[in-house]
Design a protein around this ligand. Sequence first.
Ligand code: NAP
Length: 244
Amino acid sequence: MSTVNVVIGASGGIGQAMVKALAQNDSDRPVYALSRSAVAEPDWPDNVVSKVLATDDEQAISDFCQQLKNQGHRIHYAVCTVGMLHGEVNGNAISPEKRLEDLDSEQLLTYFRVNTLIPTLWLKHLVHVMASPGVLACLSARVGSISDNRIGGWYGYRASKASLNMMLKTAAVEYARRAKGTSLLAYHPGTVDTGLSAPFQGNVKPEKLFTPAFTAQQLIKIMARLTSEQSPYFIDWEDQVVSW
Ligand SMILES: NC(=O)c1ccc[n+]([C@@H]2O[C@H](COP(=O)([O-])OP(=O)(O)OC[C@H]3O[C@@H](n4cnc5c(N)ncnc54)[C@H](OP(=O)(O)O)[C@@H]3O)[C@@H](O)[C@H]2O)c1
């Protein structure tokens, strides 16, 4: 049996950097780079297997996991970067809510669909194909911490990341029985210079705005030290525990 690494949502700022860093750091393992669309001119090494996949479609997720299994592969690191904070979905502009009057059920549903449900579907199917030891990391965010919420705002993004964290917490109980060697990780990368954070970088000190390449290296360093006995983890880029 051989092991591979998988990045889900490979076209994004953190996703692209993650694919490259995993491929360079772990050159003996193939890295499956999964994205809904072909990634334009990525500077990825030769051990990257680039795949266009409907990462938000359960059948496609299930088929991908089954295929890996049929080919005798298990996953060493699975990193799900899927997430959204602002943008346009089906012609509707999405932007984080500042006050109660901004709450809108369609926008809230979009946040939950992208930030919670898609990673959750991956959690559901990856349980069959994780290696031991292995790590399944989901890009979460500190604003998804319920106990750390002091400034409010961003209702949908916060709540959908808190829900993602709850899914990881809950799945960890089952993973401990069914995929014993897997560590589940909710990861806060800090503020990273990508399209997702671009409109909100105004108050961020330059030294606190991280490059995607730095983010990928930090995450790889942290994943390498995790052990499944303490899973699940909610950790930030400094390898500090974030309260749930
Ligand atoms: N940047 C930051 O400062 C920051 C801070 C805290 C947490 N995070 C989290 O880190 C993760 C990656 O963020 P990023 O900064 O790299 O953002 P990004 O460049 O906008 O990338 C977002 C990723 O999410 C996927 N995605 C977006 N909408 C989707 C949808 N409707 N269906 C399926 N996939 C969808 C995209 O995958 P495709 O490849 O399929 O297009 C893309 O790779 C997110 O979960 C974000 O919440 C980021």
